[in-house]
Design a protein around this ligand. Sequence first.
Ligand SMILES: [Cu+2]
Length: 307
Amino acid sequence: MVKFFSAGLLMVLFSASVAAVDYQEHDGMLMNHGDGHLMDMAGGMVMGQNADVLPGGCDSISETKEITVHAGHKYAEKFPGRMFAFDTQEFNFKPCTKLTVHFVNEDKIRHQWMMHGLPKYLYPKGMFHLEISGPAKISGTLILPPGDKTYLVHCDIAQHMEKGMKAQLKVGKGDGDLPSIPGITANVVADDYNVGLPELLATAAAEEKAEAKKAFEAPVVAEAVKPASKPAPQEPEGFITGTTVIGLALGLLLAPYLARKFKGMTASEIIATIFEGIGMVVDRVVKLFSSLLKLALNNKSKILPKS
Ligand SMILES: [Cu+2]
């Protein structure tokens, strides 16, 4: 009998340790840093923890509630266009409820359950905030204020709220709905999933055509605005221009000469020779221009006395 009992106990212990592999439990590991700020070395954080101070306007704690909120990519699958979500998008509680939130992050990234708009004299920056790198669980407690108000709950990691990790917590009757809550309120920026790919392609093609037409018509308009100006002389746009022909002719004439000259030279020698050649050409051009200039000036001085 004792053997059966101890075997059963071992099995229970074993299954518990197997379950613990899936989610890291942070509640016992947290260190209190004061002001309701708790942290551990494994990436867990609670901010705005308040289990015993009544918010102004609360005579007593009206109810004590516990909720478990799951967060993860898989909860967004039912919301088209969303990537992350909580498993619950709306929470309702009586004013002055003492609320404990068990936050279970099922993704292998960081998520938060961050509540905004709380009274700042009691909650630093008006926030109550659970944060953990998953897969893991973390818990925190706060006391909700009195009055009817809707509070924003979201994950503040970049783009996680925009991609769906957003919810609302209504105290009392709340004071309206927040926008872009998956499954509850419409997106502020609406996604359109009704248009099929062929239609999209057709629209894109039509837009491209319109652009091209605009670009074609634009120069005509520009000319119509100032008809007095003469059209600028343009280079012929054929495949072979005059410049190309001259270049080709020069190349053909020079090729045999260069081939003879560069025969048996190393690469650096060839480059040195080319630069030397360029230097000589530049030198000659400069000399030619200066002699032309001199000639022109001489002509002038000769003409001047004549008149
Ligand atoms: Cu997140």
